[in-house]
Design a protein around this ligand. Structure first.
Ligand SMILES: [Zn+2]
Ligand SMILES: [Zn+2]
Length: 360
């Protein structure tokens, strides 16, 4: 039996890090290696004993709560390969520079990143005699993927952070649908908020064309979704966005396989439009998507859900999505991650999964 140990990420929002061991085939791998954001950042429970025998790490996407503890893992003695999509791999160089500035530890040089070739998407890749993986896009951000892990005869599904219906990014359907274990993102499982309802709610908060509205964002699929949807809903408005987000949008053009085919033309037109520009401390009317919060704007918080009228936009599965996932993915045992303990209990209560089991 596969042994899955959450070194972080179950019953909390952040530091996603899951150790998968199979005694029989002597296999030991890690799924993601993130920190819990904050001051200070909280690391997953990685000791030298844990780190040294790990053979490989599989990264779902490059958010800090999935990659931020990699330098720590290397400092604890891990020397294996770290696999990720090509789009994630390319985003790692700037993250690596940040680590160098912030941590300055030599362990960073020992991190060995490996890109998963694009033409392997959806195909089984045999890495060792006992270990095969399959990956597909998960729609959460540029380059984010889910994994099917096969160890000996046993199979595991790891959703990574997943979005089931991003207006911009592709979410692949896994080819296998029966697993021994499934690790499922339930990050927004305490509420239900369909995308179209979010956009309707947000639009109700931005009715004045002479106002300066600010949506605080991070570099994420959610920021790109919001921009893409609102840009087309509000054809009379200017959109002024963080320079790093602007750059991130251009990175998508190198990975058009990650974008819905029928949205690509619209996406490119948005990038070329004179209604979209980088923030240069201008104060004209329009919709601002920025990483910091300068004063003098009418702020719209899309991260907090209060009720069904909230301008909340999900970046993880909501309750309905979690139910969809557990219906389409059949597993002997489910592990729900990315939810705080109180939310997790609520989710488990409302789910009718086969065992509803929570492994720890
Ligand atoms: Zn994420
Ligand atoms: Zn996450």
């Amino acid at each position: 039996m596969l042994d899955v140990c959450a070194l972080g990420g179950v019953g909390e929002y952040g530091r996603n890090c899951f150790l998968v061991t199979d005694q029989r085939t002597n296999t030991r791998i890690l799924l993601d290696c993130g920190v819990r954001n904050g001051e200070p950042e909280i690391y997953p429970a990685i000791t030298e004993e844990v780190a040294k025998p790990i053979q490989a790490v599989f990264i779902s996407h490059v958010h800090n709560d999935h990659v931020g503890a990699l330098p720590f893992l290397a400092a604890k003695g891990f020397i294996g390969d770290i696999w990720m999509s090509v789009a994630s791999f390319e985003q790692m160089s700037s993250i690596r520079r940040n680590w160098q500035d912030k941590l300055g530890i030599t362990a960073i040089d020992k991190l060995h990143f490996r890109p998963l070739a694009k033409n392997t998407r959806g195909k089984r890749i045999r890495l060792t005699e006992n270990l095969s993986i399959t990956w597909g896009y998960s729609g959460h951000m540029l380059g984010s993927v889910w994994y099917i892990i096969q160890i000996g005869e046993q199979t595991l599904f790891y959703s990574g952070d997943i979005a089931l219906a991003s207006p911009l990014l592709v979410t692949d359907k896994p080819i296998i649908n029966t697993y021994d274990v499934a690790l499922i993102d339930s990050g927004h499982g305490a509420q239900t908020m369909p995308y179209h309802k979010s956009i309707t709610n947000i639009l109700q908060h931005m009715t004045n064309p002479m106002e300066k509205y600010l949506i605080p964002v991070t570099i994420s699929g959610k920021a790109c979704d919001l921009l893409f949807s609102l840009f087309h809903e509000l054809p009379d408005r200017m959109f002024i966005i963080d320079d790093s987000l602007h750059q991130h949008l251009y990175n998508h053009l190198e990975h058009t396989d990650n974008i819905h085919n029928d949205k690509l033309k619209k996406f490119k037109a948005m990038l070329q439009s004179n209604r979209l520009e980088s923030y240069q401390k201008t104060r004209k009317p329009g919709i601002y998507l920025l990483r910091d919060k300068p004063s003098g704007f009418c702020e719209i918080n899309t991260s907090i859900y209060i009720d069904e009228q909230s301008p909340f936009y999900k970046s993880h599965p909501d309750l309905e999505d979690v139910q969809t996932l557990t219906r389409t993915i059949d597993a002997e045992e489910f592990i729900f991650f990315h939810s705080k303990q109180a939310d997790l209990e609520k989710i488990l209560d409302s789910l009718h999964v086969k065992t509803g089991g929570l492994l720890k």
